[in-house]
Design a protein around this ligand. Structure first.
Ligand code: F6P
Length: 361
């Protein structure tokens, strides 16, 4: 018998977070007669004032199509490395025991943690300390191990594909090369899926180091065949064969380094080679907006399944999608190896067959 569960949304937001919250609240209340509480701003809610809020069916009404998260997110909310000011100086402290105490104090039978790799790794560590945590895989990057899809990814791909469609018409009108930098961290899924769906001519992803000469060769080949515009979809984590990833900000023990700038680098090179080029960085538009029907569907199934796991007392687990079925895997497995584009998979083979260049030939 579960009597009370908690929900928190950690890390950066992704479309579908509210759909998971809604499904979990409704399932918990209608199916199990269980009370639900929300923890605001990721793990921080356990230690901050007014960080705990009740979640009723009334509270989740109307949130299914809403992007963001009604609980707030915090992507510096690592309880193992919390920055505070002590005696006028910034120091990093471990407050993980406060989280454990908070779970006990609030009489939570389970805590659902909606997050990406960082948040889920913390969830697993909290389980080692006895916390009854269940993970739900969230990220637009689709880079969590042990699941075929994370919620938020489909919406990001839809936004990125629409951007490529829009760039196409202006690229063609002005005979220009358009470079579109997309998110994804070290995984090229967004660029690959949107690039193929939007008909990009070149797709650059972290899993396939590229050469600038090869990108130019592809664009030149198109021009020689009478097509004077090209679309280059570049993942923020893509890197030249003999170079490094490009970062716009260095990291520290709280923030991971921020990727950004590879699109500009590619664009400048194209200009140097005589192609009029414009660079667009799609940025956080990929994280915003209403979730697609697929993301709502997946998020709803994940949220309900996470509550069923709680009722079964299965902790230190994460809901996952395998062959279109919802299953559960250990958080250890989910966080052991991040998911990356399989360069031998049919998606890459298909793209190559269509004449799309990955900048590696
Ligand atoms: O992990 C999701 C993601 O949007 C990445 O694709 C991107 O690199 C990063 O988060 C951006 O983080 P922030 O919101 O901190 O700028």
């Amino acid at each position: 018998m579960i009597k009370r569960i908690g929900i928190l949304t950690g890390g950066g937001d992704a479309p579908g977070l509210n759909a998971v919250i809604r499904a979990a609240v409704k399932t918990a209340i209608y199916k199990y007669g269980c009370e639900v509480i929300g923890i605001r701003n990721g793990y921080d809610g356990f230690i901050e004032e007014q960080g705990i809020v009740p979640l009723t069916v009334q509270d989740v009404r109307g949130i299914l199509p809403r992007g963001g998260t009604i609980l707030g997110a915090a992507n510096r909310g690592n309880p193992y490395a919390r920055k505070i000011i002590r005696d006028g100086k910034e120091v990093t402290i471990d407050v993980s025991d406060e989280i454990i105490k908070g779970i006990e104090r609030l009489n939570m039978d389970a805590l659902l943690v909606l997050g990406g790799d960082g948040t889920l790794r913390i969830a697993h560590e909290l389980c080692q300390k006895g916390a009854p945590v269940i993970g739900v895989p969230k990220t637009i990057d689709n880079d969590i191990g042990g699941t075929e899809v994370t919620f938020g990814f489909d919406t990001a791909v839809t936004t990125a594909t629409e951007a490529i469609d829009k760039l196409h018409s202006t690229a063609e009108a002005h005979h220009r090369v358009m470079v579109l930098e997309l998110m994804g961290r070290d995984a090229g899924f967004i660029a690959l899926h949107a690039g193929v769906s939007g008909g990009a001519d070149v797709i650059l992803i972290p899993e396939i180091p590229f050469s600038l000469e090869s990108v130019v060769a592809k664009v030149r080949q198109r021009a020689e065949r009478g097509t004077y515009f090209s679309i280059i979809a570049v993942s923020e984590g893509a890197k030249p064969k003999d170079g490094k990833q490009v970062f716009s900000r260095t990291g520290d023990e709280i923030y991971v380094p921020r990727l950004g700038g590879i699109g500009q680098l590619v664009g400048e090179y194209m200009e140097q080679q005589g192609f009029e080029t414009r660079v667009t960085v799609l940025g956080h538009l990929q994280r915003g907006g209403t979730p697609t029907p697929y993301d709502r569907w997946l998020a709803t199934r994940y949220g309900a399944a996470a509550v069923r796991l709680a009722a079964e007392g299965k902790f230190d687990r994460m809901v996952a999608l395998h062959a279109n079925r919802i299953v559960d895997i250990s958080l250890e497995e989910a966080t052991a190896t991040p998911r990356r584009v399989d360069v031998h998979d049919d998606a890459v083979i298909t793209a190559r067959g269509l004449g799309i260049s990955f900048g590696d030939d």
